[in-house]
Design a protein around this ligand. Sequence first.
Ligand SMILES: Nc1ncnc2c1ncn2[C@@H]1O[C@H](COP(=O)(O)OP(=O)(O)OP(=O)(O)O)[C@@H](O)[C@H]1O
Ligand SMILES: [Mg+2]
Length: 157
Amino acid sequence: MAPATKALYKQVFPVKSDLESAGKVSTEVRRILRSLGVEPEVVRRAGIVCFEGEMNIALYTKGGRIILIVRDDRVELLFSDRGPGIADIDLVKQPGYSTAPDWARELGFGAGMGIPNMEANSDRFAMYSRVGVGTVIRATIFRRCHETCGGNRAPGT
Ligand SMILES: Nc1ncnc2c1ncn2[C@@H]1O[C@H](COP(=O)(O)OP(=O)(O)OP(=O)(O)O)[C@@H](O)[C@H]1O
Ligand SMILES: [Mg+2]
């Protein structure tokens, strides 16, 4: 496999363990991607992936961070948190599985669709977790112009 191209843009966003500012990172990520001229469909998918990952960090963890990396051919989102970790990754990937508490369900969370939606909107999706330590998710979305926007293209075409 060809190595990933050089990062055009990289930013780290801390995510707190509360809902007060939850959603801000995904709004900012969408804004950044649009301003970089990333294809609207890629911005849309990255926005969904980012929002769901951000909400899960805010709701279920002690806090963490999201790293946005934009390359010529792809957008990468890396989520990491400080625990509690996930014992059964296959289980949390199942549509409908949720441990959201009642107060979160009253706010509209808890359909158990966040991680399935993250996976469905990513071209590559990997989750690693260690109970008592934390969880890392890497989501990759390939850009539409992957084949045609590379260095081989003649200027103006
Ligand atoms: N970063 C995380 N650390 C620990 N547990 C997590 C993390 N993210 C998700 N989970 C667990 O996985 C379950 C499924 O997550 P998912 O995002 O798919 O659904 P949900 O958050 O419960 O509901 P929805 O996202 O549809 O509002 C959560 O209920 C929670 O138990
Ligand atoms: Mg969720």
